[in-house]
Ligand binder design. Structure first.
Ligand SMILES: [Mn+2]
Length: 346
């Protein structure tokens, strides 16, 4: 190993000048993550907002859908954060919209797919999802599906803008990286991600403190929900796939809200020999959300995409039209089979 300490980056992409120029001149900036933002979407939006906030510029972070209670520590005390419906005056209120952790306004507001481009301010995107299709109508983008988290890309944007990494920015970026890498335990925790984490920790970032909120912050109702869902654990395809169901009745019985089901899909993947884990849960709109996780050998993104969803190679999701998770599971089983590694057990 002869690499110098400075040559640690395996992801050298840099934000394009076109994006930086638009961020520098915008005066009324709206920053939005995808609907039901996770720690990466929210942390990325907040970090960028904090970096852009200043004299002569008005910054708004818009939230749509449900925000998990575990993320309250990030938004606390930040007055520029508010829930934001898709209104007719969006293009008048803002002169730039920044999409983070997604590529298209329809990921922020589902009804946006029926809107004309003029309904939105000029927009740019910062994202690490692999959509497989070019986004439409956006003016500039920093898109890199090799990045561990959108927060990793926002870190580079803030660096390139020359903004200071203040304590709240450090906290928001570290939360974004922790969220999308399982606290640096997954294969997407690249050397660039770890380099940034090192910088953030050296600036006072506290991984333990953030994990108190993100990972060790369960309510008793959530633990009961896990218990009920675990009772549906089933193995398929010679034990190479495991599934769990989450029904409306379970939510009602345990008094849980849907956001408390976040992350339960990780449990079936703890089983030895399981290459694909699925959590099939009601989504509150009469459909079933199918969340998939896989070991490195299996790409579940393509499967999700074939069903109208998307995500990452080892973490992807789609919506099934059935209101019954068991029905969605029956449809899923045959399409998972061709993905599973062959020859393990004949
Ligand atoms: Mn992300």
């Amino acid at each position: 190993m002869t690499a110098k300490a400075t040559e640690t980056s395996d992801n050298v992409s840099q934000p394009p000048e076109s994006l930086l120029a638009m961020l520098r001149v915008a005066r009324r900036v709206l920053i939005v993550g995808h609907q039901n933002p996770d720690g990466d979407a929210l942390g990325s939006a907040l970090a960028l907002a904090l970096a852009l906030d200043g004299p002569g510029r008005e910054v708004t972070v818009g939230l749509t859908g449900m925000v998990a209670k575990s993320l309250d520590f990030l938004t606390r005390g930040k007055k520029f954060v508010s829930s934001l419906d898709l209104g007719p005056d969006l293009a008048q209120r803002f002169d730039l919209m920044v999409l983070v952790d997604c590529l298209s306004p329809s990921r922020v507001w589902p009804e946006a797919k029926d809107c004309r481009p003029e309904a939105f301010p000029p927009y740019v995107a910062i994202d690490h999802h692999h959509s497989g299709q070019a986004p439409v109508n956006y003016r500039a983008g920093f898109i890199d599906h090799l990045a561990s988290a959108t927060g990793e890309l926002v870190f580079k944007v803030i660096e390139a803008l020359g903004a200071e990494f203040s304590p709240p920015i450090v906290e928001a970026l570290l939360a974004a990286l922790i969220s999308d890498t399982g606290s640096f335990s997954q294969g997407n925790a690249t050397s660039e991600c770890l380099r940034q984490a090192s910088v953030l920790v050296s600036l006072g970032g506290d991984i333990e403190h953030i994990n108190q909120y993100l990972r060790r912050n369960w309510s008793t109702t959530r633990m009961r929900l896990l218990s009920e869902s675990l009772a549906t654990l089933a193995l398929h395809h010679d034990g190479r796939m495991a599934s769990m169901l989450l029904t409306q009745e379970m939510l009602d019985r345990t008094g849980s809200s849907l956001d408390e089901a976040e992350g339960l899909v990780e449990y079936p993947l703890l089983l030895s020999g399981v290459d694909v884990a699925a959590l099939l849960k009601v989504n509150g709109h009469g459909q079933t959300r199918v969340s998939l996780r896989s070991r490195p050998a299996v790409d579940v993104r393509e499967l999700a995409r074939s069903q109208g969803g998307g995500g990452h190679r080892q973490a992807a999701a789609y919506l099934d039209d059935s209101p019954r998770p068991a029905t969605a599971l029956a449809r899923l089983l045959p399409i998972v089979l061709p993905l599973l590694p062959q020859g393990k057990d004949g």
